[in-house]
Ligand binder design. Structure first.
Ligand code: PRX
Length: 559
């Protein structure tokens, strides 16, 4: 049975009802790149910004059902732009501001956006990036785009389209000037519970990114519930999720979850080591953060700099520490718990995906006697029914076993489709194990029934009949003090089926090739080891292309 409701746009749940009860509560703390220069925005101010932006978009012809691309770093205007789209019933498509012009163009074209909102320049880790210029380059191959709204993050001017043409044909507009013309009241659109709230592109195993579609009611409900129960969030807490808004983590736990719960949420513009490796903890002290949510890759980096960067700052406000994005190795987990949390804050290793909309497997420390085993994602969240499958597609019913991680029942936050490609959606997620949602990850279920994610299934290696998760070997290698990080990849082996190659051990390298969100691109490493340099595939999401060159060179020398 399917129950559908007609609702006011989601934004009313995130803003209007809090403005009625606590208008002067801080909704957003914009932790700008320069430490100590944070900007606080109340719920009343955020509603005003959102209404002005909503009216601006409506006046410029954006309609319910359209898709607006937002290419901005974390900042209040970016959040207000997301909420303004939601208010008028348009979908938003936030593209990570670290992506290249080419990656941006591909996403704009696929989403068929006619409107882009951006900033003149980005500032991160003390470096300036030319975001408006990237938009200009991208738009050379995006004929659908009619208008660009530009916010000013720095004082440096950028080229706007010529002013001497007729007003209607001007493409680029200064967002602040446009907002000033608008009314503070913007009627929210009436929406069906299954209408689209946003698209968010994520990479798949093939080159073309997938525009996952999330909907109005289920997504927000799920983001809000998980935010509250996983992090033990209570009224008045300051929630510090350091993910960029360009990722699902930023959508669900910097924006929608905390705002739906009337919380104060931090928008982090900087990096973990700018201006020094104490940045996170100095911020925790200054902003009095109660829940900190970050990625293992940053923790691994920080622990190598030493405990003194943590001890320098007061972290007594912290209640819960969260980890997301990849398996957290034991060393990083222990350090997070013992050093950052002084052994008194539960660590929640939260497993989920862009596809799932919110956290699916996680410890829930708010429950009495909740056990947490280091490095394990532990138990399903309410309504999630994880299932492990064997290689023949049979459900594994026993414990102390590993298999392909599927989910048996739909849940409110799940993506409904891939934009313009429902067939790819069903092929990727529904057909591998008919009747189940296939996550693409492998997992181990312990004797006690607790789950541990072993990594993407395409990262699992099979050596002489033993299935080994890349994370398990990396865990051991990383404990060696000379190694900051490692990446394990399988390669074809005549006798064993697969052997494995340890980048940074078998082959020492200065850095590993990573996506801009910090994920190691094992697919690329595998091709280097297989000496299939023509098959490196799409490298557009690579953070530093020089890392690949270095590894190719190093591998040649090894061979
Ligand atoms: O492989 C899993 C890994 O990240 C993938 C999802 O990536 P993305 O859609 O970019 O979303 C990241 C933020 C939710 C998953 O398929 N992953 C995510 N969280 C964990 C994880 N692997 C192990 N442990 C986790 N806690």
């Amino acid at each position: 049975m399917c129950i559908r409701f007609l609702l006011c746009s989601r934004v009313v749940n995130c803003l209007d009802r809090h403005v009625h009860t606590c208008p002067e509560r801080v909704a957003l703390i914009w932790e700008r790149d320069e430490p100590g220069s944070e900007v606080k925005i109340t719920y009343r101010q955020l509603l005003e910004m959102t209404c002005r932006l909503g009216n601006m978009l409506r006046r410029r012809g954006v309609r319910k059902g359209d898709c607006v691309t937002i290419y901005m770093p974390p900042c209040p205007l970016a959040v207000a732009s997301m909420l303004a789209c939601a208010r008028i019933g348009a979908a938003h498509n936030v593209v990570f501001a670290g992506f290249s012009a080419e990656a941006l163009a591909e996403r704009i074209r696929d989403a068929q956006s006619s409107t882009v909102i951006t900033v003149n320049q980005g500032v991160r880790g003390g470096k300036v990036t030319e975001l408006k210029k990237a938009v200009d380059t991208a738009l050379q191959s995006c004929p659908t785009v009619q208008q660009v709204f530009v916010a000013m993050r720095t004082e440096n001017p950028v080229a706007m389209t010529a002013r001497d043409i007729v007003m209607e044909e001007v493409r680029d507009h200064y967002v602040i000037q446009e907002m000033q013309k608008e009314d503070l009241v913007c009627e929210p659109a009436a929406m069906d519970s299954e209408d689209v709230l946003f698209l968010l592109y994520t990479s798949g195993s093939t080159g073309k990114p997938k525009g996952l579609v999330h909907t109005q009611a289920g997504y927000l409900l799920y983001a809000a519930l998980t935010h509250k129960y996983v992090f033990n969030y209570s009224d008045g807490d300051v929630f510090g999720c350091v993910a960029d808004i360009g990722w699902i983590t930023g959508h669900s736990y910097s924006v929608y979850g905390p705002l739906a719960n009337g919380g104060t949420t931090v928008l982090f513009e900087s990096t973990p080591i700018y201006p020094d490796p104490g940045r996170y903890w100095e911020m925790v002290q200054r902003l009095k953060i109660n829940q900190f949510y970050g990625a293992p890759t940053a923790l691994r980096l920080l622990l190598k700099y030493g405990d003194q960067w943590v001890h320098k700052y007061d972290r007594s406000t912290l209640k819960t520490l969260g980890s997301v994005g990849e398996p957290i190795n034991t060393e990083a987990w222990e350090w997070y718990h013992r050093v950052v949390g002084d052994g008194r804050c539960p660590v929640v290793d939260t497993w989920w995906q862009t596809e799932t909309g919110g956290i699916c497997i996680t410890p829930r420390p708010s429950e009495p006697d909740a056990e947490i085993v280091p490095g394990m994602a532990m138990r399903p969240f309410f309504g999630i029914e994880p299932v492990l499958m064997d290689t023949e597609g049979k459900v594994l019913t026993s414990n102390d076993t590993s298999g392909a991680l599927c989910i048996a029942q739909p849940w409110p936050g799940m993506a409904r489709t891939i934009h313009n490609d429902h067939q790819r959606f069903t092929e990727t997620y529904c057909q591998p194990y008919p009747g189940y949602f296939f996550t693409g990850d492998g997992a181990y279920r312990s004797k006690e029934g607790y789950y541990q994610i072993t990594g993407r299934l395409d990262d699992v290696i099979n050596v002489s009949g033993h299935r080994i998760g890349t994370a398990e070997i990396e865990d051991v290698v990383n404990q060696y003090s000379a190694v900051a990080e490692s990446a394990i990849i399988g390669y074809p082996h005549n006798i064993k089926g697969q052997g494995y190659h340890i980048m940074s051990f078998s082959q020492f390298v200065h850095r590993l090739p990573k996506t801009r969100s910090g994920k190691i691109m094992r697919r690329v490493l595998r091709k280097v080891v297989e000496q299939d340099l023509n098959g490196l595939g799409d490298l557009s999401t690579l953070d530093d292309p020089a890392a690949v060159e270095e590894i190719i060179q190093g591998h040649r020398e090894l061979c």
